[in-house]
Design a protein around this ligand. Structure first.
Ligand SMILES: Cc1cc2nc3c(=O)[nH]c(=O)nc-3n(C[C@H](O)[C@H](O)[C@H](O)COP(=O)(O)O)c2cc1C
Length: 232
C-alpha cells in the first residue's frame, strides 16, 4: 500500500476544494490504483456498476482533451468581466457572462484557477475519464442516471477524497466531454465519458475548506422555507 498520513474522513471532506493548480509530477502506479479502487466503492443504482474508468497518460491524447476543455472554458467564461470580479463580484452558472453580487458562483480567485487549468491541463500526469456504459439511447432509468450524473459522481467524489489523502488534486470537471472525447477513447456504443478528472500534485494553493452558503440558509425544517435564517 502507498505511504500516506492518516486522514480523518470529516477532515478530508472539509478540506477538499477543486484544486486546479496542478503540476506535472508523476503519480506512482500504486497510488493511482488505490485512488481508483476507492472510486469504484461508490454507489450506482441497483449496484449496476455500468461504468468504466479510462486512464489517459499519453501526451497527444491529453493535449487533445486540453484543447476541447479550453474551448469549453472560453465559450463558458470567456466573456466574464474580470475587472468586476476583482471588485468582489461573482460569475454564476446559468448566467455565465453576468457578474453578480452574491455568495454563490465563482469569485475572481475561482475563475483564475479555472483559467489556469484551461492553459495547463495537458501537463497533468493523469486524466481520468469516468464512463457510463449503455446510457445513450438506453432505458429511462439509465438515461436519468446519466442526466443527473447520479450513477457516477458519488464515485468521482470518492476519487477526489482518496486523492486528497495522498495530497493529490482531482477536480471534477465536465468541460471537454462530448462525442469527440468518446470517439477518441474508443468507447463502445451507448457509452459516454461523464467527466474529465485531472489528477496531479498541486503547485499552488492549499487543501482549504470549500466555501459554501451557511447551513442555516440551505437546510429546511420539515418543509421548504422553514430555515434557520428567518424562515417561519
Ligand atoms: C457536475 C459538475 C461539473 C463541473 N464542471 C466543471 C468544469 O467543467 N470545470 C471546472 O473547472 N470545474 C467544474 N466543476 C467544479 C465546480 O466548479 C466546483 O465544484 C465549484 O466551483 C466549487 O468549488 P470548490 O469545491 O473548490 O469550492 C464541476 C462541478 C460539478 C458538480
Amino acid at each position: 500500500m502507498p505511504e500516506r498520513e492518516p486522514l480523518d474522513v470529516l477532515e478530508a471532506i472539509h478540506s477538499t476544494p477543486a484544486r486546479r493548480y496542478l503540476g506535472s509530477e508523476p503519480i506512482p502506479d500504486a497510488v493511482l490504483r488505490e485512488l481508483l479502487d476507492a472510486a469504484i466503492r461508490g454507489p450506482t443504482g441497483g449496484n449496476s456498476q455500468i461504468w468504466g474508468w479510462v486512464i489517459v497518460r499519453d501526451a497527444d491524447r491529453k493535449a487533445r482533451i486540453a484543447e476541447w476543455w479550453k474551448a469549453a472554458f472560453d465559450a463558458t467564461y470567456g466573456r466574464a468581466d474580470a475587472a468586476r470580479l476583482e471588485r468582489g463580484g461573482r460569475v454564476r452558472l446559468g448566467a455565465f457572462d453576468e457578474v453578480v453580487e452574491a455568495d454563490t458562483g465563482l469569485d475572481a480567485a475561482g475563475l483564475r484557477s479555472v483559467a489556469y487549468l484551461a492553459e495547463h491541463l495537458a501537463e497533468v500526469p493523469v486524466i481520468v475519464a469516468p464512463v457510463l456504459t449503455g446510457v445513450l439511447g438506453g432505458n429511462e432509468s439509465t438515461r436519468l442516471g446519466l442526466l443527473y450524473g447520479g450513477f457516477i459522481f458519488g464515485a468521482v467524489q470518492n476519487l477526489a477524497l482518496a486523492a486528497r489523502a495522498h495530497g493529490i488534486g482531482a477536480p471534477l470537471t465536465t468541460f471537454g466531454t462530448g462525442p469527440e472525447l468518446d470517439r477518441m477513447l474508443e468507447l463502445p456504443e451507448g457509452a459516454t465519458a461523464c467527466a474529465i478528472v485531472p489528477l496531479g500534485y498541486p503547485v499552488r494553493g492549499r487543501f482549504s475548506q470549500p466555501k459554501r452558503m451557511p447551513l442555516e440558509r440551505v437546510v429546511h425544517e420539515e418543509r421548504w422555507g422553514a430555515t434557520g435564517e428567518g424562515g417561519d
